[in-house]
Design a protein around this ligand. Sequence first.
Ligand code: FAD
Length: 346
Amino acid sequence: MSTHVDIEVDLLIVGAGPAGLYAAYCGGFRGLRVAVIDNLPEPGGQVAALYPEKLIYDVAALPAVRGRDLVENLISQADAFGPTYILGEQATTAAPIVPSSDGGPSRWLVGTDHGRRVNCGAIVVTGGIGRFTPRPLPAAAAWEGSGLTYHVRHLAEHAGRDVVIVGGGDSAVDWALALQPIAASVTLVHRRAKFRAHESSVGELRQGTCTIITDAQVTDADGDDHLQRVVIAHSSGERTTLAANSLIVALGFTADLGPLESWGIQIVDRRIVVDTAMRTCQPGIYAAGDITDYGGKVRLISVGFGESALAVNNAATYLDPQLSLAPGHSTDSAQQPAAVAASSTA
Ligand SMILES: Cc1cc2nc3c(=O)[nH]c(=O)nc-3n(C[C@H](O)[C@H](O)[C@H](O)COP(=O)(O)OP(=O)(O)OC[C@H]3O[C@@H](n4cnc5c(N)ncnc54)[C@H](O)[C@@H]3O)c2cc1C
């Protein structure tokens, strides 16, 4: 564990998914010094890690936007105010700092798994479903990075390859559909007869060039310095060997809120309970995005954006009660994105 420099900001955002990135913009717009922390090595949360190449159709004013483009636009929007990104580090502890003698609100000291300490006036937790980890395929796990992957970051990486995809959910079927036009071959291996993916997607796949193998599992993998082939065991007892330079394991993922549960905020069924101002039960800690819960909650990117605006503006008035809750209209601001310093990495 290395020790990093401590930093001090007005607002710390925990989670760099869509909600966290938009919160970074909102915080900058309010004139706050903002840091964003995420345990993943790149920003974008679920969108960047799980479906960067998919088209999203239900973000307001964007009839269809590719996941990675949405994330890039969010980053560039927030960059207007130069937030500090702390990536590849998990926020593990949060402790209140005794209120100052001038009667100002208490601050928070957030610690990370890399030994960093962030002194902040308020926190917005945009931790989504928590830290998520792909479900492994033990028979081939050793090939991770040499042919086996859990996410398709760039379709082009699999162009011209013999691709084997394992899984029966939406991700597995979507990757098969997306890759069949550019891969040398695509085989989908699912251990059951019935798919969990949308029926229409499975129907579309059956019309294409993808080979679908059901009631079967990948039980071995082989190659030299890179994966070359996989062994498939069928429920009939038969075994076949398939050429495979790319093995995409799409068996879903496990999510874990982990350390957030020790922060003294109310968590029910792995969601943070908030009020209409996105306040948690701890003064100065707010939440937004998938991680929040309240009556009528809908877990969508667009909802997270609205919650981030609420959380940050309420946090701004917590930090300075003289401020108005409404941030004013961006159209009236003198914001000149190109002229403002770009974001930095701590
Ligand atoms: C395959 C798929 C397709 C989807 N399609 C759509 C769609 O079409 N439209 C739509 O609106 N929604 C869609 N969603 C849902 C959408 O992706 C989520 O609603 C959205 O990502 C939630 O954003 P968020 O910022 O709240 O959380 P996330 O995107 O989950 O980001 C949370 C981030 O917090 C980080 N984190 C958690 N705990 C900590 C910690 N202690 N320290 C540091 N970092 C931490 C995580 O690493 C993660 O990066 C889809 C989801 C999936 C899986």
